[in-house]
Design a protein around this ligand. Structure first.
Ligand code: NDP
Length: 496
């Protein structure tokens, strides 16, 4: 790939230029272009969906035996692993995450394909207990064309989480990656081609979500949308889906509480809270952005946390020692800065950070340091809205009842963390917290075999888990009549 080239898109089984405007994707660490491409346009949406529909009907993919589909998915996993370093470097440039993190995302994408290959070839359909002269079965059928709409913060991992189960289930997929991070989705489509996936089953449409994502969602041949992104966009998609009676899964925003009880192991809690909010520069739906610390422990804990946060290595994403890279864009950094200003205007105090760093790469890219605000209540805007940056708001709490009320007092309910040595107390508290995922004495750890998703404004549906494949299938009940005699109601005798 050279900068002079305009990257082709993968549309309905062919690689060709998009019909929309030419644009560059930029490396957030320097602001320099990484690649040029033409966005897709509405004609491309139509071509991709029609191509996917034809591939679904005629490629034979849906009719292949599960173990045959699985074989292709295992090959995709293998090719991702073979090209892992190239993909990780490209992703680093695409969204500015530190190289160690993008390596982990690529490894996770390979693991996701492998997992859903296994889920596909081991998925069981059931014979249900019969209550008559019939054998009754519960089966699953693929849906047809699935749209996968993904955000910019974890490309390839987000795409794999949708594409792998959708293909495993026998569907075709049209991916709409974030406009600013399309490169990994295009690479994934190349890998699908190279692994021998029938042409047309995967298309990739980079460009504006308000145009392309909207058109995909509305398209009558699109039978399911799997979306990860902001809550506002998710609700928009849900409205369209309601009119079409189309199922959707929505992985949306978060404002997750992370709680340090007075008996916590401080070394573990400091490390976990830091990782929970500042890894990925806080650009994570599950970022532990609201910190509640037992009042007795508040000062000593905050002193340790602040000292450790000040040591985090912010800088060049290509450097393996870097822990935090730049934010995704200049506009996003300004939004994070506005939230910090709002917190200060509401009476908050800066315990750490809050100022753009300067010098060298810091003058080129969209860097923002680990920032800790305190002196604010849970009702403040910075505690209620998703900042999606490296900003932690710390609050002391007195009683557990007050803690639970505040931790749950959020439109979001994606994740929560608890730090305590008392396993019984942690268990009881974990059951009271309203969240799709609760971590106890750890944070931001994931397993593809464990379902993931949010409550309330954090989303609908679950991804991952062995049964995640069922999201992309329609359930069908089948009855086989075993009667010796015609059904009695009609009064027809056998042999008459
Ligand atoms: P957006 O909702 O803005 O965008 C997500 C995707 O939707 C992009 O591809 C975007 O395209 C597209 N899109 C935008 N408008 C529409 C529309 N009208 N119809 C259909 N698609 C549309 O989110 P961000 O990109 O800002 O991502 C950050 C958000 O994602 C945060 O809120 C974060 O919490 C959430 N997220 C949730 C996760 C979870 O698993 N719960 C995981 C990761 C992130 P375009 O690129 O043009 O904007």
């Amino acid at each position: 790939m050279t900068l002079e080239q305009t990257l082709p898109l993968c549309i309905a089984g062919t690689w060709r230029l998009g019909g929309g405007a030419r644009y560059a994707t930029c490396y957030p660490a320097t602001g320099e272009p990484v690649a040029w491409l033409n966005a897709a346009n509405l004609d491309d949406v139509e071509a991709a969906v029609q191509g996917a529909h034809q591939a679904f009907l005629h490629s034979g993919w849906a009719q292949r035996k599960p173990h045959e589909r699985a074989a292709v998915l295992y090959r995709i996993a293998g090719l991702i692993r073979e090209r892992a370093e190239e993909l990780a470097q490209l992703q680093r440039q695409d969204n500015g995450k530190p190289i160690n993190e993008t390596r982990a995302l690529v490894a996770s994408a390979a693991g996701t394909f492998q997992f859903f290959a296994a889920a596909c070839e081991t998925l069981e359909e059931t014979i249900t207990p019969s209550r008559g002269d019939f054998v009754s079965m519960s089966l699953y059928e693929p849906m047809g064309v699935v749209a996968a709409i993904t955000p910019w913060n974890s490309p390839i991992a987000s795409e794999a989480q949708k594409v792998a189960p959708a293909l495993a289930a026998g569907n075709a997929v049209v991916i709409k990656p974030a406009e600013i991070t399309p490169l990994l989705a295009l690479q994934l489509a190349r890998i699908c081609d190279d692994a021998g996936l029938p042409k047309g089953l995967v298309s990739v449409l980079p460009g504006k979500g308000s145009l392309l994502g909207d058109a995909l969602t509305r398209h009558p041949l699109v039978k399911r949308v799997s979306f990860t992104g902001g809550t506002g966009t998710g609700k928009h998609i849900a409205h369209i889906a309601a009119d079409k009676m189309m199922p959707v899964s929505l992985e949306l925003g978060g404002k997750s509480p992370t709680i340090v009880l007075e008996d916590a192991d401080l070394d573990h809690a400091v490390a976990g809270v830091l990782y929970g909010i500042f890894s990925s520069s806080g650009e994570a739906c599950i970022a532990g952005s609201r910190l509640f610390v037992a009042r007795k422990l508040y000062e000593p804990f905050m002193a340790r946390l602040t000292a450790a946060a000040a040591q985090l290595r912010l800088g060049d994403p290509a450097d393996e020692r870097t822990q935090m890279g730049p934010l995704i864009s200049a506009a996003h950094r300004e939004s994070v800065e506005r939230y910090v200003a709002l917190g200060l205007a509401a009476g908050g105090r800066l315990r750490l950070g809050g100022q753009r760093p300067s010098g060298g790469l810091f003058d080129q890219g969209y860097f923002y340091p680990p920032t800790i605000l305190e002196g604010l209540g849970n009702q403040q805007q910075v505690c209620q809205e998703e900042i999606f940056g490296p900003v932690l708001v710390a609050m002391p709490f007195d009683s557990e009842a007050e803690l639970v009320e505040q931790a749950n007092d959020s439109l979001y309910a994606l994740a929560a963390g608890i730090w305590s040595r008392d396993y019984k107390r942690a268990w009881a508290l974990g059951r009271k917290l309203q969240a799709g995922t609760v971590w106890i004495n750890t944070y931001k750890q994931f397993s593809i075999s464990t379902p993931f998703g949010g409550w309330r404004d954090s989303g609908l549906g679950r991804e991952k888990g062995r049964l995640g494949i069922l999201q992309y299938m329609e359930q069908k009940s089948l009855y086989w009549g075993m009667n010796e005699q015609p059904l009695a109601w009609a009064g027809v005798e056998a042999g008459q």
